[in-house]
Design a protein around this ligand. Structure first.
Ligand SMILES: C[S@@+](CC[C@H](N)C(=O)[O-])C[C@H]1O[C@@H](n2cnc3c(N)ncnc32)[C@H](O)[C@@H]1O
Length: 430
């Protein structure tokens, strides 16, 4: 027998998982003429989104050989180009890599889905960016269209829309979310201004600076007039605040490490934008209430969002340290956050009332015959499952939406409160 011991499958898997570049493997495409899935596509819901995405591009295809291989039946230059420029789940077509394959490699973290500026700030309950890119395609959004997100959270949809040249308008009740979204999408336009004051900020960086919030924010105010630069430095500080409060990391070490990583990510974004010739969408974020949206009737081409999951996560508590650091009155704020008001049964009742208002607003602002994607799950509260998904479908259908797709998706990390979520695609029928 060969003396060289063959590796077991387990050993190979572990090696792959430990090497953060496994998803970017550049082998294995030369002989594959047709369409190759990205290696990180693992779940049934992802395959079903990949198929829906192909259909939205007008591709006729056959799934062959173990679900991972596709044979395109109506190949043309136009179809090839659509998959190459806009696709989300594909690594290559006819031996040429897709834009997305290049984009995901611009990553300063160990997590395959935290590429470009997505990783900035550890916000709980982030969307999976690859899924969002696919959903934007699936609901037929094109360059120049506008997508609205009434619960924009950490800004995942914003960055993905921007990359695809789709205009984005997002609101969130949390000012911290608005800062995150802005920094992730605006910093590429002001990198020189960020770098201009970096040394001045760092040279004044003594531990005492971090113990007095006022000094830091005042210093930044003095050093720049540009709101976008201020937001960058605010968020850099909040990352350190969060690291310190959640993981007891030293402020200054964390601040310097993060600011350098943030700058590296912004450079990555600029570099890939130029290399791929991306025409970016316009992005606008505001602090706002989804129950009362500042948009005209029939004005947006699509909605992609995940509302608070009933009472699964307390968004105010999660980010209390950062909100307080920014000087907000957290107790007062809770009154406007959906899902955290009231106690016991009353909490669910208030949630349902608030969400009805938000869904009605979505219906009002969406253009007829366009789509709203709601990602939501049932949570367990006080030992009982709260049927948020059923409630959402019932209410949406009662106001004129039609459920056209319901895709189950397993989620990891929140096992104690939620095991799966649903991607619900509704059409505004008239
Ligand atoms: C599930 S999270 C969204 C996460 C987001 N999809 C992401 O990728 O980061 C729900 C968001 O709803 C926001 N929210 C709660 N009440 C709101 C309200 N009345 N109006 C607008 N946003 C609200 C919370 O601040 C939270 O960011």
């Amino acid at each position: 027998m060969d003396k060289k011991k063959l590796k077991t499958k387990g050993e190979t898997m572990i090696e792959r998982a430990e090497n953060q570049f496994w998803a970017y493997d550049i082998n294995n495409i030369n002989n594959q003429k047709d369409l190759v899935l990205l290696d990180n596509v693992q779940f049934i819901y992802e395959l079903s989104l990949a198929e829906l995405e192909l259909k939205s591009f007008g591709v006729e295809f056959k799934v062959t050989n173990g679900l991972r291989k596709f044979k395109i039946l109506n190949k043309s230059e136009e179809i090839k180009n659509l998959i190459k420029k806009r696709g989300s789940y594909f690594k290559s077509i006819d031996g040429e890599f897709t834009d997305y394959f290049y984009i995901i490699q611009k990553n300063q973290t160990r997590s395959v889905n935290q590429y470009l500026t997505h990783w900035i700030y550890p916000y709980k309950g982030k969307f999976h960016p690859q899924m969002i890119r696919a959903l934007l395609n699936i609901i037929g959004l094109k360059q120049g269209d506008i997508v609205f997100e009434p619960f924009s959270g950490s800004g995942t949809t914003a960055l993905e829309a921007q990359l695809l040249g789709i205009n984005f308008y997002g609101i969130d009740i949390s000012p911290l979310c608005v800062i995150q979204g802005r920094v992730k999408t605006e910093s590429i336009f002001i990198l020189d201004k960020i770098l201009e004051i970096k040394d001045k900020v760092i040279s004044k960086l003594v531990p005492s600076l971090f113990h007095s919030e006022v000094d830091y924010y005042k210093l930044i105010d003095k050093l720049t007039d540009d709101e976008r630069v201020k937001n960058f430095y605010k968020l850099a500080r909040l990352l350190a605040v969060s690291d310190n409060s959640r993981r007891k990391k030293d402020f200054v070490t964390s601040y310097i490490k993060n600011i350098n990583l943030m700058i590296a990510s912004i450079k990555d974004y600029i570099e890939i934008k130029e290399r791929l010739g991306l025409k970016l969408g316009e992005v606008k974020f505001e602090v706002g209430d989804s129950r009362n949206v500042n948009l005209p009737d029939n004005s947006v081409d699509g909605i992609v969002t995940s509302p608070p999951y009933s009472i699964a996560l307390d968004y105010v508590k999660n980010d209390e340290h950062s909100l307080k650091d920014l000087g907000f009155d957290v107790t007062k704020m809770r009154n406007d956050f959906i899902g955290v008001r009231g106690n016991g049964k009353n909490r669910v009742k208030l949630y349902n009332e608030d969400m009805k208002k938000s869904y009605s607003e979505m219906y009002r602002v969406l253009k007829p015959n366009k789509y709203a994607v709601i990602v939501i799950g049932n949570a367990t509260y006080q030992g009982k499952e709260v049927k948020t998904v059923e409630f959402t479908v019932d209410y949406m259908e009662s106001i004129g939406f039609k459920l056209v797709k319901n895709i189950n998706k397993i989620i990891f990390g929140l096992y104690n409160v939620m095991k799966k979520e649903n991607i619900l695609i509704f059409k505004k029928e008239i």
